[in-house]
Every structure is written in C-alpha cells, then in structure tokens.
Design a binder for this molecule. Structure first.
Ligand code: HEC
Ligand code: HEC
Ligand code: HEC
Ligand code: HEC
Ligand code: HEC
Length: 485
C-alpha cells in the first residue's frame, strides 16, 4: 500500500459511465469479482495502540464478517436505543446542532447511498455490511443489514445514522479503526461530565473516552475489506504536534461554550460544553437536510472559516523577466493544521488544487492551471478534456485499480495514492510562465481551492441535481506582480 506523496500518473484512462444503472451494468459485465489479496501492512501499527483486531482475513475470504462491527448474527437490539428527538427536550442545543451535522446525515447521504448501491450490485449483496457498519453501527449490529437490503426497511433509529446513543453508549474501544468501538446497549449514557446531575430519564456515567481521539478513530480511520487504508486522520494525528501537546480532535471539531448541559432547574452552568455541529468540509448535498436557510448559511460560514484556517498559499519569482524568457513562478502550499494532513479523511472524494493564472498588462492570459472545463470539472480523469492541464497540481488522493486505471470505488482499488500535506509541512510547485509578446507588468493570481466532490463523480452516481450545490471554497490566495524588461 502506498500512501506516500506520490503523484497519480495521468496517463491512466478511465472508463466512465453515466448513471448507477449504467455503472452497475458495466461493472457486472467486466466482472468485478474478488478484490485483491489483503495488504499485509494495513492496520497493524494502529492495532498495537489499542489491543484487538479484525477477524482473520484470507485472500479468498476478506473481512466479510467481524464479530464486533459486522456480526453475522445480531449482537444487539435496535429497540434498546432511544431516538435523538427524545433527547431534545432536555438537551435542545445538542439536538439542534447534531441535526445539522454530517453525523445525522450518515444514512441519508445521497453519495453514500449511491455508492452502497453500486457495491450491492458488484458483490450481489455479499459485502453489504461493510459500508454501513459506521454510518449506522446500531442498524448493522442490530441485524438490519442483510444481503441486498433496502434503505426503505431501515428502522427509524438506523435512519438517524450516527445518532446520540451511537456515541454516548460506547463503552470501550477495541481497535482505533473500522468500527472498533463496543456499544453497550443496556449501559448508562456516558459522557465527559464527572459530576452529572441525576435525571430519571437516563443513568449518567463519566467516561474518559469522550475526551479522547480514540473515540473518533474507531469510525474515522477506515480500512477496506481487502486491507486498503481509505481514511486515516487518527493515524496522522498520532504523529502530529497536536498529539504531542495533548490536543485531541474535539479541541477543533467540538469548540466549547458556556451554558447548561441540560436545560432544567437545578442543573448548573458549565463552561466547557461542546458544539455538536462537528464542522468539517461537507455541506449537505440534499437540499432538505437543513431546511432553515439561515441555519444553512451559518453552517456554510463555519465550513468556510474552518477551511480558511486549514492552509495558505504563497508565490515567489524573480522581480523582473525579459520578454520571451520563461518566468518560473513558485507556489508554496502550507498545511496550517498541526493535527492531521491537508486534506484528511475521505480524501479520495475531495478535490484540493492550485488555480493559477498569469495575465499581462494587455489582459492576455499567458498561463493557466486549475481552471475548469465546460462541465465544471478539473481537466484530469473524468473531464471531457483529460490531460489538457499539464501543470494541474492537486493534494487529494486517488484510487488506482489492478489494471492501473483510476476508479472512485474503494473496493476496486489496490492503491490509494495521496498527495496530502502532513501537519505544518509545505510543498512548492514551480509553474513555467511563457512571456513571448508579453506587455509588462505580469500579474500572477493564485488560489488554493477545495471542493467536497468532483462533479463528474456526482453525475456518474446519478446525482446530477446535486452538482450545482457543490461549492468551490478558497483555502487561501496570493498575488504577485513581475515587471517585464
Ligand atoms: C470505519 C467506518 C466507516 C466505514 C467502514 C465506511 N465509512 Fe464512509 N465515512 C466514515 C466517516 C468517519 C466519514 C467522514 C469522513 C470525512 O468526511 O472525511 C465517512 C464519509 C463518507 C462519505 C461522505 C463523504 C463524501 O465523500 O462526500 C461517503 C460518501 C462515504 N463515507 C461512503 C462510504 C462507502 C461507500 C463505504 C464502503 C465502501 C464506507 N463509507 C465505509 C466512516 C466509514
Ligand atoms: C428529562 C431530561 C433529560 C433527557 C430527556 C435526556 N437527558 Fe441527558 N442529561 C440530563 C441531565 C439533567 C444531565 C446532567 C447535566 C449536568 O449535570 O450538567 C444529563 C446529562 C447527559 C450527558 C452527560 C453525561 C456525563 O456524565 O457526561 C449526556 C451525554 C446525555 N445527557 C445524553 C443524553 C441523550 C443521548 C439523551 C437521549 C437519549 C438524553 N441525554 C436525554 C437530562 C436529560
Ligand atoms: C488543529 C485543529 C484540528 C484538529 C485538532 C483536528 N482537526 Fe480535523 N480538520 C481541521 C481543519 C482545519 C479541517 C479542514 C481541512 C482538511 O480537510 O484537512 C479538518 C477536516 C477534518 C475532516 C474532514 C476532511 C474531509 O475532507 O473529509 C475530518 C473527517 C476531520 N477533520 C477529522 C478529525 C479527527 C478524527 C481529528 C482527531 C484525530 C481531527 N480532525 C483533529 C482541523 C483540526
Ligand atoms: C459523534 C459522536 C457524538 C454524537 C453523535 C453525539 N455526541 Fe454528545 N458528546 C460527544 C463527545 C465526544 C462529547 C464530549 C466532548 C469533550 O469532552 O471533549 C459529548 C458531550 C455531550 C454532552 C455533555 C455536555 C457537553 O456539551 O460537553 C451532552 C449532554 C451530549 N453530548 C449530548 C448529546 C446529544 C443529546 C446528542 C444527540 C442529539 C449527542 N450528544 C450526539 C460525542 C457525540
Ligand atoms: C460511530 C461512528 C463515528 C464516531 C464515533 C465519530 N464519527 Fe465523525 N463521522 C462519522 C460518519 C459516518 C461521518 C460522515 C457521514 C456522511 O457524511 O455520510 C462523520 C462525519 C464527521 C465530520 C464531518 C466531516 C466532513 O466531511 O464535513 C467530522 C468533522 C467528524 N465526523 C468528526 C468527528 C469527531 C471529532 C469525532 C470524535 C469526537 C467523531 N467524528 C466520532 C462517524 C463517526
């Protein structure tokens, strides 16, 4: 497995199809049978941190079941869990914030649902538990994910995705990846308050887990069934300055505020309550998920602010250039996050890139990279004009299948090649700007851009209507003016 800063070769050609139905047909037709053998270096490092591992996998039988997170028989009853809406009465702010968060979106997410549909068809339902085990651990462990299941048959609590009790009934972590948390269905509500006021509604118990990154790791570090590492924010964090200084995921993703943890008489004001919006990079693509436009705007502003804090771009070049010479412009991108890579998480579905334009005083564009094609796509795989942007510089990761072709489907991938930048590190790219006939001075404008998904992937998954909702955010920008002699 390679997750090093290795560029994905642009020579790979991709066979694309226009809808899930077409994709399904195509992949069945080309026979997408068993994935490659497990990679031996997959979860071991992480496994040593907290004991426990997957059930043994073999090449012909990858992690099809796992006693903890993908049990063959139900290990809990979905009826033991209480709906988030019942918590709202005493915890209105926690509920309101959670209901706008990706955690509440986890089983209604149209991108997730579309991918699960393709996987169902690819494996005829045999591997259906895998993609569901974190998005609804309660539903998966409760036996609702059987071969070729339908979302229509999910219970209401499974449709709540990562609901309150999907976290607050976690009693321990067996492995800090791939659904490695233990859910204690009959246990108390666990949380970070050491002296909780008693309530008739639930037993409360302090648990140090809620103040740890391991809690997040059990869902946020993901290995595919054949061993490929898909997501690794926790593994990145373990080696980061933030971890050395004892700052966990919550310190950025759950900012604190002062108030009552439960809005009831006799409950004290506390100064370290935690936002449950879990701001990341995603805005819901489903227009009905956050109905109130003002709330949507607020979440959007917070996403933009988080992204603006994530990195910066700087330009440098000679002060002057002679007409006709090549002007070498250096663009340095720096990750300002001291806790994980830029980008992190589901990086294979993100786009982070440098958009750079050099224009002379007459308005002639001398050089351009990171600009979009007529469909709004970057000029790379999936574009109408693939490979027409020779200098395209991106920082996300990309899957390659056994034939060396690009694929958006993790189960078909043998490599996840990442260009992401480690905490507080930087990377410089040099762009050669031709200056033949240029009228001075030359203005170079650069932006570091982010988008949650490539439009061509959304279209290929049958989510055409969502494309206009995929916004481009600026992480950073820079300008440089060079005189011409
Ligand atoms: C180990 C737990 C786990 C498993 C297994 C898992 N996911 Fe996720 N998934 C997550 C987490 C955590 C996130 C949020 C990460 C992020 O946004 O960076 C996520 C986010 C997503 C998203 C939304 C982000 C985006 O790209 O728009 C999609 C879609 C998705 N997963 C699809 C899948 C599919 C398909 C599978 C099976 C191949 C799968 N997931 C298996 C935990 C998991
Ligand atoms: C009838 C009111 C009421 C309802 C309904 C309620 N809670 Fe609570 N909850 C409380 C009170 C009171 C506290 C203690 C607050 C304090 O001491 O500051 C509390 C504390 C908590 C804590 C912190 C526990 C700790 O020790 O850190 C969590 C987590 C929690 N509740 C989650 C939930 C969830 C999840 C639900 C829904 C399944 C829920 N609550 C429903 C009243 C309620
Ligand atoms: C120092 C603040 C900070 C800390 C600590 C931190 N993050 Fe982040 N996180 C960010 C910023 C800024 C972004 C947006 C840029 C990016 O995607 O890398 C982000 C993005 C994310 C995303 C969305 C990525 C995507 O593209 O889907 C996930 C998931 C995430 N963080 C999880 C974690 C986890 C898990 C931890 C702990 C192991 C953690 N973060 C710790 C600042 C932080
Ligand atoms: C993704 C996991 C997750 C989900 C889902 C979640 N919580 Fe929490 N909750 C936490 C963590 C983690 C903390 C403690 C953060 C810390 O101490 O750094 C917390 C803290 C709390 C507290 C203690 C007071 C505070 O703000 O610190 C209450 C009460 C609470 N949550 C209620 C809820 C309710 C109600 C829901 C659903 C509407 C919910 N939580 C959903 C992870 C979660
Ligand atoms: C039970 C599994 C689970 C746990 C535990 C969990 N998450 Fe998540 N988280 C998810 C899933 C699944 C998603 C993505 C859902 C989707 O978009 O479809 C997600 C999404 C997120 C996002 C939004 C990412 C984006 O792309 O915008 C952030 C931020 C995040 N989680 C942070 C955390 C932090 C911090 C913790 C620990 C305190 C945590 N999560 C614990 C499953 C979990």
């Amino acid at each position: 497995m390679s997750l090093g800063p290795k560029a994905v070769s642009s020579r790979s050609q991709v066979t694309w199809c226009v809808s899930v139905a077409a994709c399904v047909g195509l992949f069945v037709a080309v026979g997408c049978g068993a994935p490659p053998a497990p990679e031996s270096d997959a979860p071991e490092g992480a496994a040593q941190e907290v004991s426990g591992s997957f059930d043994t996998a073999t090449p012909d039988r990858p992690h099809l079941v796992d006693a903890l997170s993908m049990p063959a028989e139900p290990t809990l009853s979905v009826d033991s869990f209480t709906s988030a809406s019942e918590c709202a009465e005493c915890h209105p702010r926690h509920y309101a914030e959670w209901s706008t968060a990706m955690h509440a979106y986890a089983t209604v997410d149209p991108v997730w649902r579309a991918l699960v549909g393709v996987r169902q068809a690819d494996f005829n339902g045999e591997r259906d538990k895998f993609c569901v085990q974190c998005h609804t651990a309660i539903g998966t462990r409760g036996g609702e994910v059987t071969a070729n299941f339908s979302f229509d048959d999910f219970s209401p609590i499974a449709l709540e995705g990562v609901t309150c009790e999907a976290c607050h009934k976690i009693s321990s972590i067996e492995r800090p990846f791939t659904g490695g948390h233990v859910l204690d269905e009959s246990g108390p509500i666990r949380g970070p308050i050491r002296d909780p006021v008693e309530t008739f509604f639930h037993e409360s118990e302090y648990s140090e887990l809620f103040d740890s990154s391991e809690l997040c790791a059990s869902c946020h570090d993901v290995f595919e069934q054949h061993g490929l590492n898909l997501e690794r924010p926790y593994a990145e964090w373990l080696e980061s300055p933030a971890a050395r200084e004892g700052r966990n995921c919550q310190s950025c993703h759950m900012p604190t505020y002062t108030g009552q943890a439960a809005v009831l008489d006799g409950v004290p004001e506390r100064d370290n309550l935690h936002s449950h919006r879990f701001i990341g990079v995603d805005l819901p693509l489903s227009p009905t998920f956050i109905e109130d436009p003002e709330v949507f705007e607020e979440v959007r502003r917070e996403v933009k602010a988080l992204l603006a804090s994530a990195g910066e771009i700087e330009l440098s070049a000679a002060d002057t250039v002679q007409v006709g010479e090549t002007l070498n412009v250096n663009a340095t991108v720096r990750n300002l996050i001291d806790a994980h890579n830029l980008p992190t998480g589901a990086t294979f579905n993100r786009q982070v890139w440098i958009a750079l334009t050099a224009t002379d005083a007459a308005g002639t564009v001398l050089f351009q990279t990171g600009h979009l094609d007529a469909n709004g796509d970057l000029r790379t795989w999936g574009s109408d004009e693939p490979d027409s942007d020779e200098h395209l510089t991106t920082f996300q990761s990309g899957f390659t299948d056994a034939d060396g072709n690009r694929t958006p489907f993790p189960w078909k991938a043998v490599e996840n090649n990442s260009n992401s930048i480690a905490p507080l590190e930087e990377r410089t790219t040099t762009f050669p700007v031709p200056t033949t006939g240029a009228v001075g001075p030359i203005t170079i404008d650069a932006k570091l851009r982010f988008r949650q998904a490539p439009p061509f992937v959304a279209r290929a998954l049958g989510l055409e209507a969502a494309v206009p909702r995929i916004e481009i955010h600026e992480i950073g920008e820079a300008e440089l003016i060079v005189a011409v002699e």
